[in-house]
Design a protein around this ligand. Sequence first.
Ligand code: ZN
Length: 125
Amino acid sequence: MSSKKTEISQEVPEAIDLVVARQALEEEKVSLLQKLEEMGFGGSGLEYDDNFADSSQVTAERGEAETLVSQLREALADVEFALSKIDSNRYGLCDSCGAPISAARLEAIPTAKLCITCVAQRSRR
Ligand SMILES: [Zn+2]
């Protein structure tokens, strides 16, 4: 009986707490939606900003607001994508190579899509 080894999982070096991750993402989503709503872009106001962008009367102020709105929307899309990965049990896996993303990285960036190796490769060029 003494020869029996304790089994240690090698596949998952660091456990990712999906409950904590989901909560962080949900909170992020709510705050992003709030910001968009404050700017008048909440809900389904997706159709008309193309027209604004084309208008010659676009002010610098509006341009800044649009930049911010598109950043917020991008962040929101990232959050929703991360949530969908939790639902499909793929959260914490690199979108490029499929390797697990470290728990520390996910804690810092809950919406991280790539592992550190892939990020380094992309930024190196
Ligand atoms: Zn990767």
